[in-house]
Ligand binder design. Structure first.
Ligand code: CMP
Length: 141
C-alpha cells in the first residue's frame, strides 16, 4: 500500500484575454506536459454576481471594478487540476501577478504584459481551492 498522501486539487481559470488571444491550448498543454490531471473543465461567461463570489476577498479593493469588467467580458475556461502538491506547483507555473515582472518561463512571464489581463487565475491555498472548487464545480465538492 502506498504511504503517499492523496493528490491535491486546485481551481484554475483561463481568463477571457487568453481565450480571445487563442492561448487556451498553449496553457492547457503546459499543465498536461507537467503531468497534472484535468479532473473537470467547462467554458463559461461569468456574470457580475458570480464574479463577486469568486473574488470575494477582492471586492472592496480599488482594482476590483475594472477586474470585474474584464473577467465578465467574455468566455473563460474553468478547470480543476490534480496532482502532487498541485496548488504550489501551479502557482509556480503561472508566475507572479504582474506579467511585466513575472519570471520568464512562467505562463505570465512568457505571455502577459499586464497586471490585470494576466491570462490565468489559480487558487492560492488549500482553503481557497476548497472554496473555489465548491463554487465552480459543486458536483466535485
Ligand atoms: P488573480 O490571480 O485572478 O487574482 C486577483 C486578480 O486581480 C489578479 O489575478 C489580477 O488579474 C488582478 N489584480 C491584482 N492586483 C491588481 C492590480 N494592482 N491592478 C490590476 N489588477 C490587479
Amino acid at each position: 500500500m502506498s504511504s503517499s498522501s492523496p493528490d491535491e486539487r486546485t481551481l484554475v481559470l483561463i481568463k477571457p484575454d487568453a481565450v480571445r488571444r487563442g492561448l487556451v491550448g498553449e496553457i492547457l498543454s503546459r499543465f498536461e506536459r507537467k503531468g497534472l490531471r484535468i479532473d473537470a473543465m467547462v467554458s463559461r461567461t461569468m456574470d457580475g454576481g458570480f464574479a463577486d463570489q469568486h473574488y470575494a476577498e477582492h471586492v472592496d479593493k480599488p482594482f476590483y471594478p475594472p477586474l470585474k469588467t474584464f473577467m465578465t467580458s467574455g468566455p473563460l475556461v474553468a478547470l480543476v487540476l490534480s496532482g502532487d502538491q498541485v496548488i504550489e506547483v501551479v502557482r509556480a507555473m503561472i508566475g507572479s501577478t504582474d506579467g511585466r515582472k513575472a519570471t520568464a518561463g512562467t505562463i505570465r512571464g512568457d505571455l502577459s504584459l499586464s497586471n490585470r489581463e494576466n491570462l490565468v487565475h489559480a487558487s492560492d491555498s488549500a482553503d481557497s481551492a476548497k472554496r473555489e472548487i465548491a463554487l465552480w464545480f459543486p458536483e466535485l465538492a
